[in-house]
Design a protein around this ligand. Sequence first.
Ligand code: SF4
Length: 245
Amino acid sequence: MKKIFQKPKSLNSVKTHYCPGCGHGIVHRLLAEVIDELKIQDKVIAVAPVGCAVLAYDYWNFDVTEAAHGRCPAVATAIKRLKPKNIVLTYQGDGDLAAIGTAETVHAANRGENITIIFVNNGVYGMTGGQMAPTTLLGQKTATTISGRDKIRDGYPLKISEMLAVLEGVKYIQRCSVHSPVEVIKTKQAIKKALNNQIKGVGFSMVEILSMCPTYTGRSIENSINWIKEKVMQDYPLGILKDES
Ligand code: SF4
């Protein structure tokens, strides 16, 4: 009988570098569980980002390579085209995917590359000290918006999933969250569907995951969970934005 808390084979036993209450560890585990369940551990090649998840390769027991900042979708494109039988995914934060890597993201999506993107959106730059990210909410205080993000000065929150959903090359986009057990379960189901799409050759699939950053949203762990529920989900509603799979 399967133990509920059994460590997935695709996850290593190492000490975490993430802050208490960070959502990255949950997403790492979900990905490892799905890879075990799909029995693709020997086929997966992940591309890790620059950002708080830069050390993702330490945690996963499958092949992982590193890309220059924001270039994960371009690197994943090359790997998938050279090794089409492998399952290629990127794991990126909002700085990596929605700021410096916007061009790579948009063009990989528009080409309809048969890759899977795991996009962790915590609304702030974590690794570099809590500066405003493209996904930061209006009014949200960060290290570079000390009185709150202002639409005149800083522009509006960038809704990457909505942007990509209108592209013909995109086959599946779902926005999820890891702020509650129910949403964690839905997130796992979405990751599984996105990887299954690639296995079936459906095409470009992305799962955006709202995630907690207690450290740089300046909140307790409990309040960073409430922040997602009460504020972030108003601007970034959960659900399937596109499904042509
Ligand atoms: S800074 Fe934020 S995103 Fe980075 S590890 Fe800490 S809690 Fe997680």
